[in-house]
Design a protein around this ligand. Sequence first.
Ligand code: SF4
Length: 336
Amino acid sequence: MTLAAVLERAKELGANERQRSRLARAWLSGGELATVAATMREKLSRRVLAALPEFELDLARAARVASIHPGADDATRLLIELADGATVETVLLPRNALCVSSQIGCAVGCRFCKTGEGGLARNLEVDEILVQVVLARRVRAVDRVVFMGMGEPAHNLGNVLATIERLGQDGEFAHKRLVFSTVGDGRVFERLNEARVRPALALSLHSADDAKRAELLPRAPRVPVRELVELADAYARAVTWPVLYQWTLLDGVNDSDADLEGAIELLSGRRGILNVIGWNAVEGFPFRRTPRERAIAWVRALKRAGVLATLRDSAGQDVDGGCGQLRSRRLAETAG
Ligand code: SF4
């Protein structure tokens, strides 16, 4: 049963709106409904109290942690098994952040991404995304959620925005601590502008050149990168928090001086920060990680030109690398 169905059942049993919201908060915090109910100032009716163990069991059926993979860099990967046996990856990141998946597989097919290699299997339901937060909070504190795991959130827009709304309203997350990440799609900006909970935005660039970007992200919508940055910038000014632009550096592919100049020209004067990301090596892929000195030089040059930039090593590098790798290893193991 989904969280929405449990809350509907609680309503039928007499729980008022405030009590239902408290139950949702209890589940999303990673806590137990019965324990939280005992601390509620406004007591639940006997009928609701009697149903709590059943609600707990229904919610627990959504997913379980199949395995935990701690890394040396304070990132911990969780492989989560959903009710139908499908698996998704969720990564606990340093500083109480969590990276969640929104799909099983992904249709964008970025050339450097293991998840993109296998195409899309299916979208995740709202509860299948929420449960990643719940299970992660049972491992350690989480106060920031980034939708940068497996999948393209724009391709599962309704469910991702409903998840963000629930987390913003009942999950005790500041709205700017929820980060919607996308390769860019016109519908995203329309819907984000109308949303009740407006998250921060991350936009994956990887190149300032449309032709090169189309090669690297073969099935991303063909919206000129300049237009995407205009839309993202307008959104950032409306919500008042900056866009996180993403650029995965690939040695000899998108890390030349010309690429750097393109990035500077594209982002000068924008309300945003460029995350320069070290690529997580994937066995069998025809790319190399840009040497660290070059990545540092990029960040310095960007800053000198007035573009805010940070160097981000992909967390979890030592625990089966980038997104999709734990899952594909598990699939190979079960197939073998
Ligand atoms: S990097 Fe993201 S958008 Fe690209 S294929 Fe992988 S999961 Fe999809």
